[in-house]
Design a protein around this ligand. Sequence first.
Ligand SMILES: NC(=O)c1ccc[n+]([C@@H]2O[C@H](COP(=O)([O-])OP(=O)(O)OC[C@H]3O[C@@H](n4cnc5c(N)ncnc54)[C@H](OP(=O)(O)O)[C@@H]3O)[C@@H](O)[C@H]2O)c1
Length: 438
Amino acid sequence: MSFSVIYKITYPNGKIYIGQDVTDSINYFGSASSALIAADFTREQRRTFTVTREILWEMPDAPKAEVNAKEIEFILALRANDPAIGYNRWPQQRRFRPKHGNSHLQISMTTSRAIRIDRNGGPEELKLVQVEVGEPGPGEIRIRHKAVGLNFIDIYQRSGLYPFPMPLQLGMEAAGVVEAVGEGVTHLAPGDRAAYASAPPGAYCELRVMPARSVCRLPDAISFETGAAMMLKGLTAQYLLKKTLPAEGLQPGDFILFHAAAGGVGLIACQWAKALGLKLIGTAGSDAKCKLALEHGAAHCINYSTEDFAARVKEITGGQGVKAVYDSVGKDTFEGSLNCLRPFGLLASFGNGSGPVPPFNLGVLGQKGSLYITRPTLFTHIATREATQAMADDLFAVVESGAVKIPIDQRYPLAEVQQAHRDLEARKTTGCTILTLD
Ligand SMILES: NC(=O)c1ccc[n+]([C@@H]2O[C@H](COP(=O)([O-])OP(=O)(O)OC[C@H]3O[C@@H](n4cnc5c(N)ncnc54)[C@H](OP(=O)(O)O)[C@@H]3O)[C@@H](O)[C@H]2O)c1
């Protein structure tokens, strides 16, 4: 039988380390060689001093997850009294062992404010907490955020429409400075300005460790706030307008319909479509929002709270209909969107602002003119580092050229994220929204 143990080592300089190990004897003394290590001592000192080693917890054949959880519990309890206490990750992550010697790798943990939910529900479930942030592992970076982007997907994850294990730290988009990079990360270095749209969630914080794959270096000409606001929404506009196309593609002069045109993705799409020579017909929930969409490059904008948008699209296109509809509103607009398409047209249903689209009879696509329908997500498009960088380069270029400006119309301090969610859900926002970290 083997025993998992959590131990505490007190060094002569007063520093305390918590570690874990597996032993075949309940009379566990630990190996002096692996205990007498920590970075602060010279080889000479290590030969002479003794350490105090105390077993805090032991359990026969404990599952690894339980041992890790127990270790963290002890560390957090000790650190509550003394934030200087180090975190010794060896041996459960042997890859962190330095090549020379048999030392434990000493990991400094820092705290960060973060927004988490313990269960799905309304904005009141968003809680400001302090979290521990460690070192990046292979393929990861640690990034200190300067600003965080707010997205409608955060609402789906909070409400439970897109389920995740709890507790969940929300947030899919941010910009900041890379603090540390893990093994194998070559495209980023400490000190780099960077921005990302990325799964897994967790961007609602000051500091995090995350996969490096979706994180891109941010050009100097683009501010952190702009970076935080534009990555998820801008990369979405990129893949919609450049890669989610009807069979015969889109040519300058073609009409497309883009719902929620005054929103975050919407105002970027209005400008980008114009730069591509497309005639974007927008929809929006008020006249003021329609005006905004027009100011950002929409060729037409229909107030779909007061007008039958499908009838108006037919009118604007001389009865032809559009080649493509980009619909993030979902349930409320789905049917009308199909009615706006010309034969062989494409409906890209990419969101559920009003609720998910209910089950659908495919035969309708035939009746309405051999239509195509797709349900794309950004995360398929940014599944590889190369694809992400290529899309980001395209986005950076269009923003740096001035053809697309990122409209940040709302800013909320991180602690006021509940209000930010309320406003986004209540359709009170326009353009992009960021969470600030001062
Ligand atoms: N699939 C993907 O890859 C992907 C990626 C990014 C975003 N999205 C989707 O794109 C959409 C836009 O995202 P965003 O973050 O930029 O949000 P947003 O457009 O700034 O906000 C959503 C907008 O949807 C409109 N809307 C219509 N009916 C609504 C309702 N019942 N409740 C709430 N809003 C309603 C509102 O504009 P009006 O008042 O003008 O109607 C609202 O402002 C979202 O649906 C999001 O999920 C999808």
